[in-house]
Design a protein. Structure first.
Length: 360
């Protein structure tokens, strides 16, 4: 009696409670249906969603430069215009001075592959099976056709428009769309920042965390561009002085591959060493030594100064982020994994500050 008087509900009364009504089931079904519809729509427009993501990512990348010009008295629109014109001029100069000669050198490399293979076989194969395979005309012809196919693919991509990397190689339309989205996002960045500020009212530190997360992405993009430029210039000077064939092509390969974290520089060094090996063993050894020394300089001098406040990730965390990004989105995921992981780390840190351990 006392338990019932204290407000406890008898078991018989609890069992008489009605379950979900037909209207509740209809609402649940509508929710599942809407989620399915949005999933199908997102899958159908996934390419456009990727371009939107890239446009916003690039807008965050150029934001440090635009903000610096704006702080020094430039109007935001004028600063963005100067930056875009500068990027177009840089890309045009790159195409004329590096890409066009590189395409021509690809054709020359394809034509000389049999000679290089025979040279390598003579130096290192002796009378073994390696020399026989390298001297086999069918093997040489197959490799020559492979490199020629790569040359044709690069030429086709250039005809469609060399305006970006990765997913931008899909054509001029994709590159122009991503560039236009970058401009719109960059012009709207003050309104985005204001919206973030309004949404963080009443939550100390949340606005600063969101701004810091976006700053991590911008700092990484501009910093990585500088690192790739340094790698390309240093490699070109070495290839030119050492006499490695196709210096423009190899330097361009180094600059592009250096954008891939962890493994890009290693892949670039393998390409350079292989080409140098066709000339002499000592030139290949010198190329290996150069890449080892430059990698040390980049890892311990250049990259820490550029990324000190941008990517605060442990080596294991960075490697896992790259693996996950590559598994989810291929090369694009690998390229954007580190800045996204660094931004998420800032947001997670803020979440932990707002919800300390043991709090409800």
């Amino acid at each position: 009696m006392s338990g019932a008087d204290d407000g406890e509900v008898p078991a018989s009364a609890a069992s008489d409670r009605p379950g979900l009504t037909l209207l509740d089931h209809a609402k649940i079904a509508c929710v599942y249906l809407l989620v399915g519809v949005f999933a199908v729509l997102a899958f159908n427009v996934r390419e456009m969603l990727v371009l939107i993501f890239l446009g916003f990512f690039l807008a965050l990348g150029v934001e440090p430069v635009v903000a610096w010009l704006h702080r020094h008295g430039w109007r935001r629109g004028l600063a963005l215009l100067v930056l875009v014109v500068g990027l177009v001029l840089v890309v045009g100069a790159l195409v004329l001075l590096a890409v066009v000669p590189a395409v021509g050198q690809i054709g020359q490399l394809a034509a000389h592959i049999p000679e290089y293979l025979s040279s390598i076989g003579t130096k290192f194969g002796g009378g073994t099976e390696l020399r026989k395979n390298l001297d086999d005309p069918s093997v040489q012809e197959q490799l020559k056709n492979t490199v020629s196919a790569i040359s044709n693919a690069v030429t086709s991509a250039l005809a469609a428009g060399f305006a970006a990397i990765g997913a931008f190689l899909g054509g001029i339309f994709a590159a122009c769309t991503a560039g236009a989205l970058m401009v719109y996002f960059s012009l709207s960045m003050p309104r985005i920042a204001a919206a973030v500020q309004r949404g963080a009212v009443g939550h100390p530190g949340r606005a600063e965390a969101l701004h810091a997360a976006m700053g991590r992405v911008g700092g990484y993009v501009t910093g990585q561009a500088g690192v790739c430029l340094c790698a390309g210039i240093a490699s070109y000077l070495f290839f030119l002085i050492a006499g490695v064939p196709y210096p423009v092509l190899l330097a361009l390969v180094v600059a592009v591959l250096d954008a891939i974290p962890q493994v890009g520089a290693t892949l670039a060094s393998l390409v350079g060493i292989f080409v140098a090996l066709s000339q002499s063993l000592w030139l290949a050894v010198a190329t290996l030594i150069f890449f080892c020394l430059y990698q040390m300089v980049e890892n311990y001098l250049i990259a820490p100064r550029i990324f000190a406040k941008t990517v605060e990730l442990s080596p294991l965390g960075a490697f896992l982020a790259i693996l996950l990004g590559a598994a989810l989105a291929g090369v694009l995921g690998a390229l954007t994994a580190l800045p996204i992981a660094a931004a998420l780390k800032v947001l997670i840190r803020q979440y932990r500050a707002e919800h300390p351990a043991g709090s409800p």
